[in-house]
Write a new protein. Structure first.
Length: 358
């Protein structure tokens, strides 16, 4: 039986098997060499520990190198300024010690405004308070609590109760009392004892109407004043009609020249019993001064009409209608007729009765 080489290769082809077997042999030899090196290096107890779970590879010994140290400081050398506190046993204030942790840097202090620097204790007792951030635009910055006003003679006028205002508004109130109200009280023969604060800061709309624009009270920029009390017990009620008109007009002119808004009696019925003062900013420096100084009320109400003067002309007497019966005629004849008017005769038309209004 003759068998040619092509037939042998077609029937008994082993090229694929030979190539696969050769690759497997090559991989096995390479793995054996690698495992042999790792086993020798690590000195594994189990040479077939492929994943390195045995004892770790010992590290090579590290030879420490000697580093030259600086020479000790001579005793006669001067001490440095940085080491002086530590040499004396006191830690440096700038550097945190072992027992003192490093403190966080304090926040920078807020710079004072020009108004705050000018509103000293010689003018008013008004300590600063933190800024108020309310709903919407309610609140303000540079706020103070106006507790008292210091007069030029060093006397203190308490503000009852203390008012929370902006510094500019508090300064304007202090100047008004010191320069305008003190001379007024002196003309009345007394001095100011305290200031009646009706309302200051309050987060609300105008006239406490829901949905209205934010009031200047909500911005801590307004003060409602009801009265200024004097040391002799008298009270300057700004809306008191029993008070002299001249006194109230002097107060009116003083506040309208200092504040941008003045509301009192006559403006609306919300301000019939107090005076509203604020420093609202408007275009072209527009100001509002609505305060009607009413005349004083009469001391005694006129219950009866005044007596008729003698020189007054005589009153007109109404003619009586004709009597229907004899009793009425007799009563008419007995009644005396007025001297200035004649009784109309029978048959003549009589004048209608008239009534005079008073």
């Amino acid at each position: 039986m003759s068998l040619s080489l092509p037939d042998f290769r077609r029937k008994w082809s082993c090229r694929g098997y030979m190539s696969a077997r050769a690759a497997m042999v090559t991989a096995a030899l390479g793995l054996a060499l690698v495992l042999g090196d790792r086993a020798e290096a690590r000195k594994y107890a189990a040479p077939l520990d492929i994943f390195g779970l045995g004892t770790p590879r010992p590290r090579a010994a590290v030879h420490s190198a000697r580093i030259p140290l600086p020479k000790p400081r001579p005793e006669e050398a001067p001490k440095s300024t940085d080491e002086a506190p530590e040499a004396e046993g006191k830690p440096s204030p700038d550097k945190p010690g072992a027992n003192k942790p490093a403190e966080a840097a304090s926040p920078p202090e807020k710079q004072l405004s020009a108004c705050r620097l000018g509103l000293t204790e010689e003018i008013a007792i008004a300590p600063s308070i933190p800024d108020i951030r309310g709903p919407g635009a309610c609140g303000g910055e540079d706020l103070v609590r106006l507790e008292a006003i210091v007069l030029p003679d060093k006397r203190k006028v308490p503000v009852k109760p203390a008012a929370i205002l902006r510094c500019t508004m508090a300064s304007a109130i202090a100047d008004w009392v010191r320069k305008d109200m003190v001379p007024l009280a002196t003309s009345l023969g007394s001095t100011i004892s305290d200031l009646d604060n009706f309302d200051s800061f309050e987060c609300r709309g105008r006239n406490r109407i829901v949905g209205a624009m934010l009031s200047e009270h909500g911005k801590a920029n307004a003060l409602d004043v009801r009265a200024i009390k004097l040391a002799n017990g008298q009270s300057i009620g700004l809306t008191d009609r029993t008070l002299s008109r001249d006194v109230r007009e002097r107060v009116l002119h003083s506040v309208c020249s200092r504040f941008s808004t003045v509301l009192g009696p006559g403006s609306d019925w919300y301000h019939e019993d107090h005076i509203h003062l604020d420093l609202a900013q408007r275009r072209n420096d527009y100001r509002i001064c609505q305060w009607n100084v009413w005349d004083p009320l009469p001391q005694v109400a006129p219950l009866l009409p005044a007596e008729r003067p003698e020189e007054a002309p005589p009153r007109e007497v109404a003619a009586k209608p004709e009597a229907k019966d004899g009793a009425d005629d007799a009563a008419a004849e007995k009644s005396p007729a007025p001297s200035d008017k004649s009784v109309p005769e029978k048959g003549q038309p009589s004048k209608p009765a008239t009534k005079k209004r008073r």
